[in-house]
Design a protein around this ligand. Sequence first.
Ligand code: NDP
Length: 288
Amino acid sequence: MTTIIDGKQLSQQIRAEVAEAVKAITTAGQKQPGLAVIIVGDNKASRVYVNSKKKACEEAGIYSREITLDGETTQAGLLEEIRQLNQDPQIHGILLQLPLPSHLDESEALQTIDPHKDVDGFHPINVGYLHLGVDTFVPCTPLGVMEMLKRYNIPLEGKTALVVGRSNIVGKPMAALLTKANATVTVAHSRTRDLPALIGNADILVAGLGKPEFVKGEWVKPGSVVIDVGINSVDDASAPRGYRLVGDVEYEPAAQRAAFITPVPGGVGPMTIAMLLANTLKAKQKFA
Ligand code: NDP
């Protein structure tokens, strides 16, 4: 029988745990954890993400501050804003909402964030620590995947794991975390040959390639664990809003073969914000 990994329920549990820890901190007379989110310009999707992050912070008792910069902001202006937040004792986590307008240098901006406040885990120092196996801030989506595997008691040691995708946000940190957990990890990307054969050999499959239902159910190894990171919107005239969300894996046929599978929506997606709250709490506890 297939177990559906319920990311929605799990994320609520984690958010409640964070809220409880925050309450204990403030009851002890300490400052509440604080998260600053910088958003540059007027990107609709970014606005939706920022609003849901703000709401999640409020619910967990985390102080949140949104800094909205004009789309014409200069690189110097953005860096100055980050430096001020680096010095601000009320702020323990800084998140730069990506993508930035094309005239801005994303890499330089991310490197300006104090690594102790880098709750997204994108600073090269934290990326380096992750690959050295040192406890650090880890990007929220792969961290959420690891938390799912842990809380569903899925053993990783000695298992063959395939990560499809090698982005800095999903694929690369995911592969590092699975390696640290003693899985035998392969990373596939757009130039990989014979993806179906690699998938057919994977005890753990993490799909993060951003292509709707690209991974066919029949490729999946029977009895395996399928983690679908993809979130893709596809037109569907019969859906209430004219579109529906699907993952990178063909869900129904994959679910028939897998032992564990994450749905889309309601799988990995909700875990990402929960882990952002957890990372902000960690920043306060570890470095404040
Ligand atoms: P990117 O576009 O940055 O990376 C996609 C990766 O997939 C690349 O490494 C690319 O290879 C690889 N790829 C593309 N086509 C193929 C193919 N045919 N076969 C094998 N590999 C392929 O995407 P992200 O990593 O940012 O996101 C991936 C997905 O995860 C998206 O659907 C996104 O919406 C979702 N996502 C979900 C989050 C969540 O909270 N659940 C958070 C972040 C992302 P190459 O390097 O060769 O180009």
